[in-house]
Design a protein. Sequence first.
Lengths: 312, 391
Amino acid sequence: MRNVIAWIGLGLAAAGLLVGCGGGSSEVGSGARPERARPHVYTVNYPLQYFAQRIGGDAVEVVFPAPAEVDPAHWMPDRKTIKAYQQADLIILNGANYAKWLDKVSLPESRLIDTSAAFKAQLLKVEDVVTHSHGRGGEHSHVGTASHTWLNPRLAVLQAEAIRDALARLEPGKAGEFESNFESLKTDLLELDAAIDASIEQDRDRPVVYSHPVFQYFQQRFAVNSRTLDLDPWGVPEKEELDKHRKLQASHRHDRVIWHADPGDGQSKELLRIGIKSYSFQLCSNAPEAGDFLTVMQSNVKRLKQAYQPAQ
Amino acid sequence: MTQHLFLAWRYVVFHRVKTIILVACVSLTLFLPLFLNRMISEFETQLMARAESTPLVVGSKGSRFDLALHALYFRGRTPELLSMGDFQELRDSGLAQVAPLFSRFSARGYPIAGTTLDYFDRRGLAVAEGEMLSMLGDCVLGANVAAELGLGAGDHLLSDPKNVFDIAGDYPLRMRVVGALASRGSPDDDAVFVDLKTAWVIEGIGHGHKDMEKAPDREAVLDRSASNVVANAALPQFMEITEENAGSFHFHAEPEDLPITAALVWPNDDKSRALLLGRFTTGADEAQILESVEVVEEMLGMVFKVKRFFDANFALVAASTGLFLTLTILLSLRLRRREMQTMFQIGCSRGTVFWLQACELLIVLVISLFVAVCLAALAGASGDWLMRQVM
């Protein structure tokens, strides 16, 4: 009989235990970012990397992972690189529809900083775009905003401000250091702005052709007398391309082209035959082989001085 | 007393059929309220846990219950749309962390939830197999979806079209499964997660197709001018996003006009919460803000009203079972009159006979209670499964 009572007691205890434990769910990790000595900041182009590095100093690690040979505006990172972006503490975007790959990947919205958000109203629309329509939604175009904002150094200062604020939110204890670094960068950028302006001021009304539709903010800021053609700096110009120049010269008597990259000999020589000199202005979208953003821009200023030298 | 129990035990074991019937009757009467209480408690716990983990929900004005069910549990009618502009305004307020949600489609019957990676961080969702979303066209499966469909990283899953006869409408998208989430015992286990942009592609707002400027005229091009190319609505669109065609995908709307169905809001502190609630009290706004716990408590209030009817029903069933038991005992006593007579004659007192009867009843009740508790425990152990059938 004692056995019977013992079994019933044991059974009731087991049932009680089951009731108590039933329905629980397992605990899992939250997928948090790894602990790091310094916050990791990723950018989508080299100018932003330079600004963030100047402002953040040693307090942050700034990474721009695009290979040196690609144009970051049209680059598509692989999955491994996207993972690295996802693990970053801050992802600094250029905004203005720069880096089309951002529409094709998943990034943490709360860690994205759009550095051109503050001057959204000043962003320039790109005209002369072929639209298309089909099905629902009607006519639409795929391109619409000029994106090389940093070519206007005053806008670059605003972008640097956005970076300073984001870094200060990330590391509030170092806000003073960031502010001081930002002021130094701002001074450099405004000096650059003044130097470019002074170079162009030599002959601001000179008709010049810019080789690629990426100079919109530069052209607007410095009020240059310019037209834009879409030219390939490395090919040998075909008759059609030379005809474009001749046709344009009827209304815009240009004898200089400012290239977005160092033109090849083929281009320079062929253009020189029809009396057009070539000068380059490096966009610096990607990390330069030598020097940094500021030194590249200073070299640009030197070439601009030559390009805008008044005719003797 | 031990002797009484021994004799009673021998009796119930000998008359096992009668004992089994009595135990079954009493067990079921006890099991049903135990089970229902457990289920309602589980239901309440799960619903409240979800609501408590998502303090505020913003959505278009309309049914509060629809919005709460949609945003928290991916169930019910899809609310009217908000825009990304509304989401950006909330996010830029700096008062809260916000995760957008766009969920209008399904894949093999499971809701497709379009959101951002912040959602996974806030919910503490981790990948158990494979990896997290990276590219347009990727999806990660909730734990139950992965188990029930038998899919994992490397497989593909097709979204369900809303209308198969609308060739210009939404195209099904063949999504790449890149991972499966660890189980959290929440509605996230029963959903398919994609990036918000992938959800817009499924909706038909974004798509990829051949370059129409270069496409030959015979390929669905109706008209071509210097500044516009018009194509037939049946222009073939890519049904899968691959590394090769990803570049052709684009959206037919300004970023701030793109739609969401709800925004999940985690205020920074009480002050931020109060400020956010205040923003939506003017009545002029097309959006509304919900305090999740308040709405879910209201829903549960209705469930508890229904439960009262069940409780009354159980009281009646318990009373009828008690009467049935009494009748059985009385009839049993009449049948056992000769047995009682024999006990008197061999010297048992009236008290002994009473205690023998009482012990028999006690044994039946204890076994019944044991069976009912075991059944309730078993049902409770499969509570998650049962809850999913209910929800």
